[in-house]
Design a protein around this ligand. Structure first.
Ligand code: ADP
Length: 416
């Protein structure tokens, strides 16, 4: 592997000696470098850049004398001709999509799968170096139509984005539903516990009074006839309260099970209202209430279940009494309004706190709880009233009153 160079015969001897001397030292250093490069190997290839041009050598050590090494320089144009067919894409489908090239160390294409193809050679779609034998040479692939890939990448990105968005949405909606359902269940469980304690208290209080006053009367310990009448009045009122509560609870349970059926027949609301008011009047008057019941002169006909409608009026009147406080003033008005019959129950009591106007119609909901207000209740009266009204094609609603107090309005369709 000694570079051969001949000197022309016209040069003088001294000069020849000097050149030979230089050549020898050059050869000696090249040889040492070469030996260092090949090490103990028996054969191999060696790539060197000389004057910025790649030279590839193949070499082999003589098996008989290891100091004897044969070598040859590879012809790069020949090598490129041999490599060119290897970069052709094997699949026909790919041939119409990509162009494969062999790039030399200056990133210039020396072999190309689609003749005439032009691209920014330094920016391939994908590239890989060939290896040590051809240093800095690369096989590079270019897309014939990069816009197509961009479009499909955009579509994939969009689809993926959409999928992720849908997934996030589904997870959020799911979690929201679970959390809402859980808090609903918790709320209901709490309300049911409150309801049980409220109802047991509401049952116990009238029972205690009934028992106490009936015992007093039975033992003959009260001789004053006025007192006797008053005690009997208390017993009647407490019994009515008990009946109301039990009716509400039983009806609510029937409605929950879908068993409650209303017998709708033509009934005169005026007669029903008068009757209910008269049942309440003695009790109201005994408790110093100013009670007014206004009804029109003519009958007010509706299609309804008498007992059901009476229960709504009773619930509204007994609430007016319970939540009146010291303002003992209750009014009931029956009016005809367009095609509707309207019963309004008005009081001057504490009114419904702001924000609770609709909640009071929810089952077990109490805006004035027993502990803070001292007023007993089950939280079912208005729920039932609304359910009964709706079963009649009507409605019960609440309005605040100027000057304080409540106004509950039951509206029912009139029979024409
Ligand atoms: P309760 O047995 O607790 O009275 P209701 O369903 O009849 O149950 O009423 C629900 C809630 O509505 C009551 O707890 C009370 O806070 C409120 N409420 C009902 N009627 C009146 C009224 N006339 N004035 C003020 N608040 C009322």
């Amino acid at each position: 592997m000694i570079p051969q160079q001949q000197l022309s015969g016209g040069q003088n001897l001294a000069m020849k000696d000097e050149v030979q001397q230089q050549q020898f030292s050059k050869v000696a250093s090249s040889e040492a470098e070469f030996r260092q490069l090949i090490g103990d190997e028996n054969e191999g290839t060696l790539a060197r850049f000389v004057d910025n041009k790649l030279n590839v050598l193949i070499w082999s050590r003589s098996p008989r004398d290891r100091n004897l090494i044969f070598g040859a320089q590879v012809s790069l144009p020949q090598l490129i001709r041999e490599l060119a067919p290897l970069i052709e894409p094997a699949e026909a489908e790919l041939q119409s999509e990509i162009c494969a090239t062999l790039l030399d160390d200056a990133a210039k294409p020396v072999a190309i799968s689609r003749p005439g193809f032009q691209a920014h050679w330094k920016h391939p779609f994908v590239a890989t170096e060939i290896g040590e034998t051809l240093p800095h040479w690369e096989v590079a692939v270019y897309l014939l139509n990069p816009a197509k890939l961009k479009n499909s990448a955009r579509t994939v990105k969009l689809t993926l984005g959409l999928l992720i968005a849908v997934l996030i949405l589904a997870i959020s909606v799911g979690s929201w539903l679970i959390v809402t359902d859980l808090s609903q269940q918790l709320k209901l469980a709490r309300q049911k516990t409150d309801f049980v304690s409220n109802v047991s208290h509401e049952l116990k209080t009238p029972l205690t009074s009934i028992r106490m006053f009936s015992e007093l009367l039975a033992e003959g310990r009260v001789n004053d006839p006025t007192k006797q009448r008053s005690y009997l009045g208390i017993i009647t009122a407490e019994t009515a309260r008990l009946t109301r509560l039990i009716n509400n609870v039983l009806d609510f349970a029937r409605l929950e099970r879908g068993e409650k059926k209303y017998k709708l027949e033509q009934c005169d609301l005026r007669a029903l209202v008068k009757e209910t008011c008269e049942t309440f009047r003695p009790h109201f008057e005994a408790n110093e209430f100013k009670f007014e019941c206004q009804t029109p002169d003519h009958p007010v006909l509706v299609q309804g279940d008498r007992d059901g409608l009476a229960q709504v009026i009773v619930n509204l009147l007994s609430n007016a009494e319970k939540y009146s406080g010291n303002q003992k003033q209750i009014e009931l008005r029956l009016e005809k309004n367009d095609s509707k019959a309207e019963i309004t129950v008005l009081d001057r009591g504490m009114g419904v706190p702001k924000g609770c106007e609709e909640k009071i119609f929810e089952q077990f909901y109490r805006a004035h709880d027993s502990l803070s207000s001292g007023i007993q209740g089950s939280g079912l009266g208005l729920t039932l009233a609304r359910q009964i009204a709706r079963a009649h094609g009507g409605e019960v609603g609440y309005e605040g009153r100027e000057g304080g107090g409540s106004c509950f309005r039951l509206s029912l369709p009139l029979v024409m």
